[in-house]
Design a protein around this ligand. Structure first.
Ligand SMILES: Cc1ncc(COP(=O)(O)O)c(C=O)c1O
Length: 391
């Protein structure tokens, strides 16, 4: 019998799923407060639960349905995209429901690349974007952002080669919390248009902006729909993460490629979850508004407590999502500090290298699962832990 070689696969070059790595460490240290995974503390709206309960009695819920999503959900999304995002679905732009925005990103990469092509990511990037691009046999070109984690157009322009197929933006951003300015997004979109590239725009945190920061959808810019793929999610906005419902818009000419990927990976989005999604969308954006308002207060507490660590650590302003990126002044390896924080101080954060941050020691602090009464304990442990480990 010939033994199968232990490891020789496209996955060898792909980073381990960091949230699971940190999750394993958390399980070994019961009582740890997780500032690791990007989750919210609330669940779906009641009408979504009621709608699913009713749907479970229907035979059609248990059968395969349309690959792009239930027509009723696709119509509901088209109305939302028109009203809230300014994206004119139906006029050269398609919508597809996916099992989460991560799947939409994977489809998009398959649809616009050949193996050996490159995709540009702004650094810090979302780890699953790097992982998806590598799994597709493509290269990640990592481009530094500025000191406020805003895109640098000159650097993006300089990074484009004959192999480049797309530029990715994530706004509001995971992991930095930065909300990219409209002018910067317009410039990225125009650059993509000029150079024949796709603009892949991850907008899963569209409702999570604080103060005067505003989310904008690049697909709505004049002339941009032809080259923009935009992805959205119910995971955060509606407390739907386990239901796996995301969606994307893309130019019609990509439809056959997107459909091939969807049919192969998913066949159709989970039907019961889609029924719940229609009911959630009927409740609408107002569902998350009070939670976002509360998160704004949590963010202020997180930032002020972490700023007290200066000069040991600094956090730039973060106007969106529910993350801050903490820079710690030390030569110690970030993973070692992350392990020590869990084992000795009962608090978990995600080390910077997962997001392409290797020039110094960074940690992503996720506060979406915290409420005003739990934030003091979680951040207090982090502050005490960093002081003990680093100073
Ligand atoms: C930037 C970004 N995109 C996509 C996702 C995944 O969303 P979904 O649950 O819809 O797959 C996340 C989740 O944390 C994210 O932070």
């Amino acid at each position: 019998m010939t033994r199968i070689a232990a490891s020789r696969s496209r996955m060898d070059a792909v980073q381990l799923p960091i949230v699971q790595v940190i999750g394993d460490l958390i399980r070994q240290t019961p009582g740890t407060i997780s500032l690791g995974q990007g989750v919210v503390h609330y669940g779906p709206p009641q009408p979504a639960l009621d709608a699913v309960r009713v749907a479970l009695a229907e035979q059609s819920t248990h059968e395969y349905q349309d690959g792009s999503g239930l027509p009723a959900l696709v119509d509901r999304l088209a109305a939302k995209l028109r009203a809230e995002n300014g994206i004119d679905v139906g006029r050269g732009t398609s919508v597809m429901v996916t099992a989460g925005a991560n799947m939409a990103f994977m489809h998009a990469v398959f649809a616009v690349t050949e193996p050996g092509d490159d995709i540009i990511l702004n650094v810090p990037f979302y780890f699953n974007h790097e992982m998806a691009i590598q799994m597709a046999g493509c290269g990640v070109v990592a481009v530094e952002t500025d000191e406020r984690y805003q895109p640098r157009l000159d650097a993006l322009r300089a990074a484009i080669t004959d192999r480049t197929r797309a530029i990715v933006t994530v706004s509001p951003n995971n992991p930095s919390g930065a909300v990219f300015g409209e002018a910067a997004l317009r410039a990225v979109s125009a650059l993509c248009g000029e150079r024949g590239l796709y603009h892949i725009s991850d907008e899963v945190y569209e409702y999570f902006t604080f103060g005067t920061a505003r989310h904008v959808s690049p697909a709505a810019f004049s002339g941009a729909a032809e080259h923009t793929i935009a992805m959205f999610s119910l995971s955060k906005a509606y407390g739907f993460a386990g239901w796996r419902i995301g969606y994307m818009t893309y130019p019609d000419h990509l439809h056959a490629a997107m459909a091939k990927s969807q049919d192969t990976i998913l066949v159709c989005p989970p039907v019961a979850s889609q029924v719940g999604a229609i009911a959630a969308l009927d409740v609408g954006r107002s569902y998350s508004a009070p939670y976002v308002a509360e998160l704004a207060e949590v963010r202020d507490i997180v930032v002020s407590k972490l700023n007290a660590l200066a000069p040991l650590a600094t956090v730039p302003a973060a106007d969106g999502a529910f993350y801050v990126l903490l820079k710690v002044e030390t030569d110690l390896p970030p993973m070692r500090i992350a392990e020590q924080l869990i084992r000795e101080h009962g608090v978990a954060v995600i080390p910077g290298p997962a997001f392409g941050m290797r020039d110094a020691c960074y940690f992503r602090v996720a506060y979406g699962a915290l409420q005003k009464d739990t934030v003091a304990e979680g951040i207090g442990r982090l502050v005490a832990g960093l002081r003990a480990i680093v100073s």
